[in-house]
Design a protein around this ligand. Structure first.
Ligand SMILES: [Zn+2]
Length: 400
């Protein structure tokens, strides 16, 4: 009897996921259409959608006057909320979103140092402020998502290593969850960004795609077979640490010749400064590129070429349908992207420009934090969706 209940519960979780994701991808559908598309029985669809309506995860389309099974259902994107936090060295950026990752509020909290305790306090402050500004109680919050520059254990949420924050084995999700009393999920910031692209962005209809971020560092998120690929220890997608120049410049990771040591924005500014130019930071470098400075253009051409070669190697290995490029570094524009595309297509084994589109994501300041909120939204749509209690599932059966 117990195993039967567990089986029923497992089936029910799978059916919830199927129905929610069919609606996420396709938009409003009637119960009959849902049954046809998911191959579930009409009884199972009725049962599961009734639950999802009660939980405010689905909504019936109000403009339809017809009753019963023909009334289209849609995901109730405004029924639950998420907070996304992008943790950086000097501050965190925070957004409040609904389940479509539309930003309802945003703010920044600065800290004097980035110890885990300071970051936890800032995360609590940001979450409380965002909820207060929106007039929402904590009970309406599905959780908090954290995007971090580092390797995160996907099972425990522990930050295994962050060179940028100088963290090793920090249980940051537990620390924030204990302080806030809501679930907290964390992932590498680029994985979080890729998750948002997969759920509601340009990767919504693709099963295999690569998200690349350019800016403070260079990272990538791999979506393979419709799921984010994190690797054995959460460290997949370190595009910035592919070898670009054997024995070359020293990278943030301590090794020599990584792509990031040539093509990340701070590295570009540093290289130009070494030639005697006055380039205090990455924003100044971007301004020099925009003004046509020959030294800056030479460096950004080299960076684009190296980036394109690295993308070709990744694409030759993984055969993605699509590459999405985002990050603050998109401000460097065509001086970066023209040589990047040239090198990519020159080294691509099987495809050409038509068969492997590269989309440049117009970058907003809150894009990283939105990505982090995507970690919460994923819990509603993913296999790990919050499950109903076993007892409540006892009467649920599906003959399909
Ligand atoms: Zn490196």
């Amino acid at each position: 009897m117990r195993s039967q209940k567990v089986d029923q519960r497992a089936a029910r979780v799978i059916h919830r996921t199927m129905i929610l994701n069919e609606l996420r991808r396709c938009g409003p559908l009637s119960r009959t259409q849902l049954a046809e598309r998911t191959q579930l029985s009409p009884a199972a669809v009725s049962f599961v959608t009734a639950d999802l309506l009660t939980e405010a995860l689905l909504i019936e389309q109000a403009q339809h006057t017809s009753r019963g099974r023909a009334v289209p259902l849609d995901v109730n994107y405004a029924g639950h909320f998420a907070v996304g936090l992008k943790v950086m060295e000097t501050h965190l950026e925070a957004v409040l979103t609904d389940l479509s990752l539309s930003v309802l509020g945003d703010l920044t909290v600065a800290y004097a140092d980035h110890t885990p305790q300071r970051v936890t306090a800032a995360a609590v402050e940001a979450t409380n402020l965002l909820l207060a500004q929106a007039g929402l109680s904590r009970a309406r919050l599905g959780g908090v998502g954290l995007g971090l520059p580092g390797n995160i254990d996907p099972h425990t949420g522990t930050c295994l290593k962050s060179y940028r924050l100088d963290w090793t084995e920090v249980p940051i999700t537990s620390m924030i969850s204990d302080a806030l009393g809501v679930p907290v999920w964390a992932d590498n910031d680029v994985n979080a960004f890729a998750t948002a692209e997969r759920l509601v962005g340009r990767g919504k209809h693709a099963r295999d795609f690569l998200v690349v971020t350019v800016g403070r560092g260079i990272g990538s998120g791999l979506v393979l077979g419709g799921e984010l690929y994190r690797g054995g220890r959460g460290g997949a997608g370190e595009l910035g640490h592919l070898l670009s120049e054997p024995g070359g410049r020293v990278c943030e990771c301590g090794k020599r010749g990584c792509l990031e040591a040539y093509a990340a924005e701070p590295s570009l500014a540093q290289q130009l400064a070494e030639s005697g130019a006055n380039v205090p930071n990455a924003a100044d470098f971007a301004a020099l590129v925009a003004s046509g400075d020959p030294g800056a253009l030479t460096l950004v051409t080299d960076a684009g070429t190296r980036l394109g070669r690295a993308l070709a190697q990744a694409a030759n290995l993984l055969d993605p349908e699509l590459i999405i490029v985002g990050g603050e570094g998109v401000r460097l524009g065509e001086p970066l992207f023209t040589p990047m595309r040239s090198a990519l297509y020159a080294h691509l084994h099987t495809a050409d420009a038509q068969s492997l589109p590269v989309l440049i994501d117009p970058w907003g300041d809150d894009a990283w934090a939105r990505g982090a909120a995507g970690l919460v939204v994923e819990q509603f749509f993913g296999e790990s969706s919050p499950s109903p209690p076993v007892e409540a599932a006892a009467t649920y059966t599906d003959s399909a």
